[in-house]
Design a binder for this molecule. Structure first.
Ligand code: RAM
Length: 892
């Protein structure tokens, strides 16, 4: 039985191009049938070619045989990395008994442009058409001749705006590049290897340039937040076999024209007239004599950094489930799923026929599209046909949140095949799977993941349909843990932390939305309306909670190191802006969208202050900053003390007396042992008193079920999970929800739709219960002492009406899975799989034994009985446990 090395990654990616970090981190996974496999040593070779590696040479780095169990986050330790160079690497390992693996398959990364001077091009765009509100996206092109013998051609591209790149008529790259950043501070560039698309002789590069977030509409913050119109920057470096180099870069010699797109705006939709198409405009043969000179921008003062976030892509297509003709003669398609992206329409018809596609999440009672909740967003795309055979159309720089599509002007009668939904989001690979014996719980899980798909688009947005779509930090933090079980969000959140840092205020305050995009200004203007809070508890705290989540889930220490000072500034700010460690009550989002329970702002704010201090202490500990660790731990204790003094009375009642105050006080360590018990009693009494209903909003909801389970009330947690009466998760499902709603009462039997000014049906925050489903129901828990699931805590909590649960999670070390069944005869079975080079503590309810698995005969660790569970300390392998003594139904 041998050890194999699989899934070699660099900076969390498979063969990434264009890195700009001086020390890329390497990852690999081990695979072995031998139970308890651990890595004892590794050797990494990094060179410039496969041949070199075949000779077992690492001209860039030979780590030598290094004693270490680490197989993730191994920092490159060789010669200084050179800009644009290709690095190929492989690794082999030795296990605890000295057995040697084969070399891994070679993996690679390339470096990008490392200094500003390497960008020799100019930012180019097209002058605005006078008097036109929504401008047509410019087309830009350049043709050029190349010699034969091209060895390698790499394009580095970015935009202030968003771009679609074409080379010799072929589309290159993904959607919505370069993504959303605070363009005043930084823009990301993308790297494309286009060697195969170029040829000796004539070549051409073409670009369609959209406004995107840069100059288009950003939520309700208006148009042109960062600039008036978009600009594009490209550096194409061509290396020949003979060692010479040629470069093509954007400059005044390019040509520009408007094309068939009249406008394409994220919030306003698109209009496209196919009669104005430009033909093969991105090929060398195209005659661009009639095209104009581009407009050259003076320069750009922000940073141009390599792409951190994963690209936005179409990840799947959706077919409509039904279509219905309306009285007005249009057709309404039901996609069967509230989704985000756009529709592609297929039609054959006469020249000049105008087809309009309108998108909405819901239908009004009369069966028409429910558009009121879109506010000022126009989720409409218009297409004018050219009449030449079968035509297909999909928009370019816009997206919509919808389940229903109304097609107006279709020539003839459209069939289900004439409309296709395209799902777009940041391509964060799926990481988790979860299935249970209960169909409604499965649907809830599906709704949670669709909410993530719909809202992780360059930044974590709050909603995808109305004129908002902003990176609300509070929403992001409460959902971050759920998100990272569902999908690999390592790079997505690494980038989002940059967004938060870029708009951290001089005071130290983290903002409510990131990128800020003018929200702070907007808010200050609203001060007149008494609406201004310089920070919002639970929102700003995302600046500490999200980096901590990246550490917990991926073992990422770099993010902690890099942003430590910023996090410390936030905690310092909280301290300075409090009175005797009690925070003011201005944080006016409170426990946003709670239902029938108002948590006082100052209670929430003080609780979150304590939590940020606590996490910062742990982060300081991870970074070896012992003094800070102690200081912030003491600060946490002092804030907790102040919290009790100000808000908790002798009977254990916490000011506000809401579920959220108890939940946060319990989970943030604010109570004494005695007060904990009282808080638990009050929490449970409140839930029971409401007929097993919750009342939590965004800030409390994520901690609600964990608080119950951590404190011996798993049954109450299950009662809430499967509650079908209003307000509850299942209430929305009973009424047809396919995504998580923004509000518990987004729609009710009594009142119908909630106020349209704020009623999204695709908002992930209340879906933060996904975290509990993985960590508690399925029992796959991270261990902060050995993060990234190097050591896992497996502790499933059976309960409620569920008879089985099956879950898996792709950790950076490999797949962890759990599967439990509660059989009618009371027998409880648990199957667990632990990846190589990791260990786990497995808690099985009651008196349990290993009945089958990697090493039969393994017994619970002596004295390992904990909280009514048998505890097994295990290495990698597959194991099956059974409770041998029936009658202890749950593990608390
Ligand atoms: C709304 C959104 C968002 C929330 C803020 C406070 O606009 O619902 O999710 O974070 O308000």
């Amino acid at each position: 039985m041998s050890i194999r090395i699989i899934n070699c990654k660099t900076e969390y990616m498979v063969n990434p191009l264009g890195l700009d970090t001086a020390v890329p981190r390497l990852f690999w996974q081990l695979e072995s049938e031998r139970p308890g496999t651990v890595q004892a040593a590794y050797r990494i070779l990094v060179g410039h070619s496969r041949e070199e590696l075949d000779r077992e040479e690492g001209t860039a780095w030979d780590s030598g045989i290094t004693s270490s169990g680490d197989s993730a986050h191994i920092g490159y330790g060789g010669k200084p990395l050179e800009a644009e160079a290709v690095y190929i690497w492989k690794v082999k390992v030795w296990d605890g008994e000295g057995r040697e693996s084969e070399w891994s398959e070679p993996a690679l990364w390339t470096m990008g442009l490392l200094d500003r001077g390497a960008w020799r091009g100019k930012w180019i765009g097209r002058k605005a058409e006078p008097g036109v509100q929504l401008q047509p996206p410019p087309y830009l092109r350049k043709s050029f001749k190349l010699r034969g013998g091209i060895r390698r051609a790499v394009a580095y591209a970015t935009a202030l705006g968003i771009y679609e790149l074409q080379v010799n008529g072929h589309r290159v790259g993904d959607r919505f590049a370069p993504g959303w950043t605070d363009y005043d501070k930084r823009v990301q560039y993308q790297t494309y290897d286009i060697t195969d698309l170029l040829k000796a002789g004539g070549n051409a590069v073409g670009v369609i340039l959209g406004d995107g977030w840069y100059s288009g509409t950003v939520g309700f913050l208006g148009k042109s937040v960062y600039g008036q119109r978009p600009f594009f920057l490209l550096q194409l470096n061509i290396d020949y076999e003979d060692g010479s180099r040629e470069s093509i870069a954007t400059d005044g010699t390019w040509r520009t024209m408007r094309g068939p797109i009249a406008y394409s705006d994220m919030i306003q939709g698109e209009a496209y007239d196919s009669r104005l198409e430009l033909g093969d405009w991105s090929t060398a043969e195209y005659g661009d004599e009639a095209w104009d000179k581009p407009d050259v921008r003076a320069g750009y003062n922000g940073l141009i950094v390599a792409m951190v976030e994963p690209p936005v892509r179409i990840t799947q297509t959706v077919k409509p489930v039904s279509v219905r003709k309306t009285a007005a003669g249009s057709y309404i398609f039901d996609m069967g799923q509230n989704m985000v992206g756009w529709t592609e329409v297929r039609a054959s018809g006469a020249w000049g026929t105008r087809i309009t596609l309108s998108h909405a999440e819901m239908l009004s009672p009369d069966g028409s599209l429910y558009l009121d909740n879109l506010r000022k967003a126009v989720q409409q795309d218009h297409y004018v046909m050219n009449g030449e055979g079968e035509e297909r159309y999909e928009p370019h720089f816009t997206f919509h949140g919808f389940r229903y599509v109304e097609v107006t002007g279709f020539p003839g009668v459209p069939g289900l095949d004439d409309v296709t939904g395209k799902v777009i989001h940041s391509d964060t690979p799926s990481a988790g799977k979860l299935e249970t014996s209960d169909e409604m719980v499965n649907k809830l899980y599906s709704n949670i993941t669709w909410g993530q798909r719909g809202n992780f688009l360059s930044v974590p947005t709050d909603c995808p349909q109305r004129d908002e779509r902003l990176g609300w930090t509070g929403d992001a933090q409460i959902f971050a843990r759920t998100a990272s079980y569902n999908m690999d969000v390592s790079r997505f959140f690494t980038k989002y932390v940059w967004d938060m840092i870029d708009c951290q205020q001089p005071s130290g305050a983290f903002t409510d939305v990131a990128p800020d995009a003018g929200w702070i200004r907007h808010k200050m203007w609203n001060t007149r309306l008494n609406w201004f809070a310089p920070d919002n508890s639970g929102w700003g705290d995302a600046g500490v909670i999200i980096p901590w989540t990246l550490y917990l889930m991926y073992g990422d220490i770099r993010v902690l190191e890099r942003h430590y000072d910023a996090m410390a500034r936030w905690v310092q700010y909280l301290k300075q802006n409090s009175d005797g460690l009690i925070r003011p009550d201005y944080a006016n989002y409170a426990d946003w969208l709670s239902i029938g329970a108002d948590t006082p702002n100052e209670v929430l704010a003080t609780a979150y202050f304590a939590y940020s201090a606590k996490l910062l202490s742990r982060i300081a500990g991870v970074l070896g900053k012992r003094e800070d660790e102690r200081t912030y731990d003491e600060l946490h204790a002092a804030v907790a003390d102040a919290f009790r003094g100000a808000f908790v009375d002798g009977s254990g009642r916490i000011h506000g007396d809401t579920q959220t105050v108890y939940v946060l006080a319990l989970q943030f360590g604010l109570l004494t042992e005695q007060l904990r018990n009282k808080a638990i009693d009050r929490l449970v009494a409140d839930i029971r008193g409401r007929g097993n209903r919750l009342s939590t909003g965004f800030l409390g909801v994520g901690y609600l079920l964990p608080a119950l389970t951590d404190n011996g009330h798993t049954e109450v947690a299950y009662d809430l999970l499967t509650q079908e009466e209003f307000p509850s998760w299942m209430y929305s499902i009973k009424h047809g929800a396919t995504t998580i709603w923004e509000r518990w009462d987004g729609w009710t039997e009594e009142k119908g739709f909630q106020t349209p000014s704020m009623n999204s049906f695709n908002h992930y925050s209340l879906g933060s219960v996904g975290e509990w489903m993985y960590r508690y129901m399925a029992g796959i828990e991270a261990d902060p002492a050995s993060p990234g699931f190097k050591h896992a805590i497996i502790r499933p909590r059976p309960g409620g009406r569920l008879t089985w649960v099956k879950a898996s999670y792709e950790s950076i070390y490999g797949t962890i899975s759990t599967e439990w069944q509660m059989e009618p005869n009371g027998v409880f079975k648990l199957q667990v799989s632990i990846p190589a080079n990791t260990t786990a503590d497995v808690y099985v309810p009651g008196e349990a034994a290993l009945v089958n698995g990697a090493e039969p005969g393994i017994s619970p660790i002596p004295g390992g009985k904990q909280d009514g569970c048998s505890l097994f300390r295990l290495g990698s392998g597959r194991y099956v446990f059974e409770r041998i003594q029936a009658g202890i139904p749950h593990c608390y």
